[in-house]
Design a protein around this ligand. Structure first.
Ligand code: P70
Length: 458
């Protein structure tokens, strides 16, 4: 038997990539203000910036693009998408959006009043920023072991149920317009949330009359981890596991750019009819008519087909094993990563990789830059640049517990040889880690700082 599931697809179209020289990369990095978001994609050799919108679509999805019906209202692709969303999530109503953050914006505009709080296991960057943009307070209540990069617990994305209930009692249920869970937990290493925890979260929130929404962009990978790790699910089809996950919630936001295998798209789904009507108003104001929501008909079709491909178990087995392969190679070389690996990425633990750089000198960002210099690889910092916040009372910086560099793996894009190259580059870098120095900001915007900040070496 093969050690890993072999790719359940073959390659029909290829896209050339090219390596640059070290001298070129030094120049490119300096020009980009030491922020890899500002580097041209053509100058990247292996692009692990994100798994979002970077999937290779299937022949069926591409064929679906030609079947796009570009009518303004009521195009057939909307109804194909509706069938997929209803069948997989079970939610009664949904609206397409151009991507996940648009779904967040519509949902939060309809639900959050200034001063209210939205608890979650851990909000991701755009979710956190969209809550703040409504005057709300995003609150992370991840269970303790999720903050320990060395713990091998199976469900390190679980929310701390006791703290969740205590939090609701402390601020009062009227101050909590909704609660969320991010599945899988992207800011905490792509770790899954257990079915038991999803169920318990729903029970606690509903006991206080609070609606429960899943941030569902990696729901299929989460469902597959439940199948692999949670007692009682080994023989349950992933589709059924996914349906059960959604059954405990009142709705979801979805960036379809992840587990629905499309380059653009998202949706907001819910059971509450009145909320749906208000969401439609917001949607028409910002995204488009409710049967296209900012997408072309062809995009809706690719999304409808991608949703089904994303819950295919042969695909998911390959996906999770592919990511695990890179993680295993790192562990073999004693490179500090967050363990166990998530479904969509391997996260380098910058604190242990660069213990000589204090958080104020941005070790995660420094490591991201070093990885580009060493091998033309682009990862993304998920640490102080993304999440450090100023304490409103003292003005002091509060640094996040996890200081990570995420190597996100685009779906169906890179081969095992590409991953070997990444592991070997990390190994070389780890050997000369003491030579890596910290950074400081030359420009830092207030909201979603990491996308456009600029730096210089200390
Ligand atoms: C990523 C991207 C997007 C995302 C998410 C969760 C759990 C909502 C959204 C928003 C964002 C990103 C980060 C760093 C580099 C590039 C891109 N995550 N919830 O890669 O969805 O992007 O469609 O508006 O992870 O993880 P959308």
């Amino acid at each position: 038997m093969a050690r890993f599931p072999v790719e359940p697809f073959k390659i029909k179209v290829v896209e050339p990539i090219r390596q640059t020289t070290l001298a070129q990369r030094e120049e490119i990095l300096q020009q980009a203000g030491y922020n890899l978001f500002a580097v041209r994609a053509e100058d990247i050799y292996i692009d692990l910036l994100t798994d979002s919108g970077t999937s290779a679509m299937s022949d069926s999805q591409w064929a679906g693009m030609m079947a796009g019906d570009e009518s303004y209202a009521g195009c057939r692709n909307f109804f194909n998408l509706e069938e997929a969303v209803r069948s997989i999530t079970g939610f009664r109503y949904f609206v397409p959006t151009h991507q996940g953050r648009a779904a967040e914006n519509v949902l939060f505009t309809c639900t959050i009043e200034p001063g209210q709080s939205v608890p979650s296991n851990m909000h991701f960057d755009t979710t956190q920023a969209n809550v703040i943009a409504r005057g709300g307070d995003p609150v992370n209540l991840l269970a303790e072991e999720g903050l320990d990069p060395t713990s091998h617990a199976p469900f390190k994305g679980d929310v701390d149920i006791e703290r969740l209930e205590a939090f609701i009692q402390q601020v009062g249920p009227e101050s909590v317009p909704l609660g969320m869970l991010t599945v899988t937990n992207n800011s905490g290493g792509g770790q899954p949330v257990s079915m038991a925890n999803i169920r318990a979260t729903g029970e606690v929130l509903h006991r206080y009359g609070i609606p429960f929404f899943l941030d569902a962009c990696r729901y299929a990978e989460n469902a597959y981890f439940i199948k692999l790790r949670e007692p009682g699910y080994a023989d349950t089809p992933v589709l059924e596991i996914a349906r059960e996950m959604f059954s405990y919630a009142d709705g979801c936001t979805m960036s379809a750019k992840k587990d629905a295998l499309v380059n653009i798209g998202g949706f907001l789904a819910m059971n509450d009819e009145e909320l749906y009507q208000r969401a439609c108003q917001q949607l028409i104001l910002r995204e488009g008519f409710p049967t296209y929501g900012g997408l072309a008909g062809r995009d809706l079709e690719a999304l409808a087909r991608g949703l089904w491909e994303g819950v295919d178990e042969r695909y998911l087995a390959y996906r999770v094993a592919h990511t695990r392969y890179l993680a295993d190679r790192m562990v073999e070389e004693s490179i500090p990563i967050l363990e166990p690996p998530g479904g969509h990425a391997v996260y380098l633990d910058a604190r242990r990789f660069l213990p000589h750089i204090p958080q104020a000198e941005l070790p995660g960002q420094a490591l991201t830059c070093a990885l580009f210099l060493e091998g033309g690889i682009r990862g993304v910092e998920i640490g102080s640049v993304m999440f450090a916040r100023e304490d409103v009372e003292t003005g002091e910086m509060i640094y996040p517990e996890l200081e990570l560099v995420r190597l996100a793996i685009p779906r169906r894009v890179y081969t095992q040889a590409h991953l070997d190259y990444v592991a070997e580059t990390c190994q070389r870098l780890y050997e000369c880690r003491e030579e890596i120095g910290g950074l400081r900001y030359t420009y830092a915007p207030d909201l979603l700082r990491h996308f456009t900040a600029r730096f210089e070496p200390l």
